[in-house]
Design a protein around this ligand. Structure first.
Ligand SMILES: Cc1cc2nc3c(=O)[nH]c(=O)nc-3n(C[C@H](O)[C@H](O)[C@H](O)COP(=O)(O)OP(=O)(O)OC[C@H]3O[C@@H](n4cnc5c(N)ncnc54)[C@H](O)[C@@H]3O)c2cc1C
Ligand SMILES: NC(=O)c1ccc[n+]([C@@H]2O[C@H](COP(=O)([O-])OP(=O)(O)OC[C@H]3O[C@@H](n4cnc5c(N)ncnc54)[C@H](OP(=O)(O)O)[C@@H]3O)[C@@H](O)[C@H]2O)c1
Length: 456
């Protein structure tokens, strides 16, 4: 239930305070919206973006959703929900047109539109343009507890956020926190990113700002061999018909995603249970074996399309794009004249190689740190597992000292304990269901650890 806003807070205290309103917390928001009257939880989500949008700078034309669209925000938990993709289609008047495509993998553009449609219906529970800067344990009045004093009982979670439109600092208070701030774009040490060399995360915005002339004969470098790299390689070739584009990869060739039938069962909810109950060393080995279902792999059709593009250039005698294998990026920086220098090691010969370019897109993926920097102030309260990281229970709650009354939940950061589905869309509603049940159980019995029925 909502309480009055304490004097120092901008909004009433809520049962569920969320950071981030991407697909993970949006799925939770849908679940909480449709809860039965006796299962209601008050909630508020803080989102840094000014409005709803999903990875906006990677909304490349023709980029496709990489999961069946039936795995939307809610269907697998509640097919009768009014937030399903099919309800969205019906409301938009495209249901029969879509079914006639006979294809369950729509464009990311359309899926983004679906997410925006769902988010618009929950807008009273979201504050957009709010970046959470600090999250700290607080007493019942909302006052922060001095750093490191885990012996002092904490009743609330206090989020200090910036209103990005006004620059004002605000305080929000919750009885529980759900952190779903997404992956953090990562690049190897030694890579200096700027306006002409940038991470794939900011691709469209930075590209259009630095290279507005699509007819110019720019020289581009693309680093990496995951889905982002392949989509960007293909996009640069198409978008800049006079440009020269080199894709550098650490391995021999672009590798296709393993979406074969038996392997794909790892995205069934029961596999999270099985994975979660394995010993830590076995889990790690299994995760490594499964890397090809998501990381550093590419959709089969896209690999073929790129190969055909490069072949056509050979036929036409106009080779202006290529794939350079076995190159590990060591250093990248912008020279004084504005060109980019990229230094590599050939992992087969050990030889150093240098490339010069006008622009570079570094597609080296994302980090999902379980010990997220936003939670640093809680570290003294949190339990640690054998490997030294925060210990996360099956219900995505970080195990904590009894002095910490609020539960802190993680969405996306628990791959090592909950498996390969953590960072993708596949099981979002199932995970949201676990978190909802856990918060309800803790509310009904605040002193007992949450008892959570099996998900699914
Ligand atoms: C280009 C791209 C395409 C993808 N396509 C697919 C796909 O087709 N299928 C699939 O299964 N997976 C896909 N993924 C994986 C992706 O992780 C998930 O699709 C999904 O975005 C995860 O949702 P999330 O809510 O956990 O994180 P995000 O979508 O990253 O959302 C996190 C949100 O938190 C906000 N935020 C961050 N920090 C703060 C803060 N301090 N304060 C307030 N707000 C904050 C961000 O603005 C963002 O809106 C894709 C990933 C990328 C990069
Ligand atoms: N349309 C879509 O649905 C879509 C689009 C884009 C992304 N995504 C998703 O987003 C997630 C992240 O994908 P991603 O492609 O951004 O990242 P990723 O899959 O993690 O790939 C990162 C790449 O960076 C390479 N790399 C790292 N350090 C390097 C170095 N020093 N030198 C050279 N190469 C280096 C890796 O090389 P190695 O191969 O050698 O490890 C790998 O190829 C995935 O879930 C993906 O499916 C989906």
């Amino acid at each position: 239930m909502e309480s009055e806003a304490p004097a120092n807070a901008i909004a009433p205290i809520v049962d569920v305070l969320g950071i981030g309103f991407g697909p993970a917390n949006l799925s939770l928001g849908v679940m909480l919206e449709e809860a039965a009257p006796d299962r209601q939880l008050s909630r508020l989500f803080l989102e840094a973006k000014p409005e709803h949008v999903w990875h906006p700078d990677m909304l490349i034309e023709d980029s496709l959703l990489q999961v069946t669209v039936i795995k939307d925000l809610i269907t697998v938990e509640n097919p009768q929900s009014r937030f399903t993709f099919l309800c969205y289609l019906k409301e938009k008047g495209r249901l029969y047109d879509f079914l006639n495509l006979r294809d369950l993998f729509p464009t990311r553009y359309e899926f983004n539109d679906y997410l925006c449609w769902a988010a618009a219906q929950l807008k009273e529970h979201v504050r957009y343009g709010r970046r959470a800067l600090r999250v700290v344990p607080a007493d019942a009045s909302g006052a922060p507890i001095p750093e490191g004093d885990a012996s002092r009982p904490a009743s609330l979670v206090r989020v200090e956020a910036e209103d990005l439109a006004t620059g004002k600092q605000e305080v929000y208070l919750g009885r529980n926190l759900v952190l779903a701030a997404g992956g953090i774009p990562t690049a190897p040490a030694g890579i200096e990113l700027g306006s002409r060399a940038f991470h794939s995360h900011g691709y469209l915005r930075k590209l259009e700002a630095a290279f507005p002339d699509t007819e110019a004969p720019h020289r581009f470098l693309v680093v990496g061999s995951g889905q982002s790299a392949a989509e960007i390689f293909q996009d640069l070739i198409k978008r800049f018909p006079q440009a020269d584009v080199t894709a550098t990869i650490r391995r021999f060739a672009y590798k296709p995603v393993d979406e074969s039938d038996f392997t794909n069962r790892v995205f069934f909810p029961e596999w999270v249970d099985r994975y979660n109950s394995m010993p830590a060393d076995k889990r790690r080995g299994f995760l490594k074996e499964l890397r090809d279902v998501n990381y550093a792999v590419i959709d089969h059709a896209l690999i073929r399309a790129i190969y055909q593009t490069l072949y056509r250039q050979k036929v036409e005698g106009n080779v202006r794009a290529r794939l350079e294998p076995f190159l590990e990026l060591d250093r990248m920086f912008e020279r004084e004249d504005g060109t980019i220098e990229a230094q590599y090691t050939d992992v087969m010969s050990g030889a150093a190689r240098t490339f010069e370019a006008d622009g570079a897109v570094v597609c080296t993926g994302y980090d999902w740190p379980k010990e997220h920097p936003l939670l640093d102030a809680f570290a003294p309260y949190f339990e640690r597992d054998d490997l030294g990281g925060y210990q996360v229970a099956r219900d995505y709650r970080i195990e904590s000292q009894p002095t910490l009354a609020p539960n802190v939940y993680l969405q996306g950061y628990c791959e090592d304990t909950h498996g390969i589905s953590e960072t993708v869309l596949s099981l979002l509603p199932v995970r949201a269901g676990w978190i909802q049940r856990s918060i309800l159980a803790a509310k009904q019995s605040p002193t007992a650890p949450p008892v959570v029925a099996a998900g699914g």
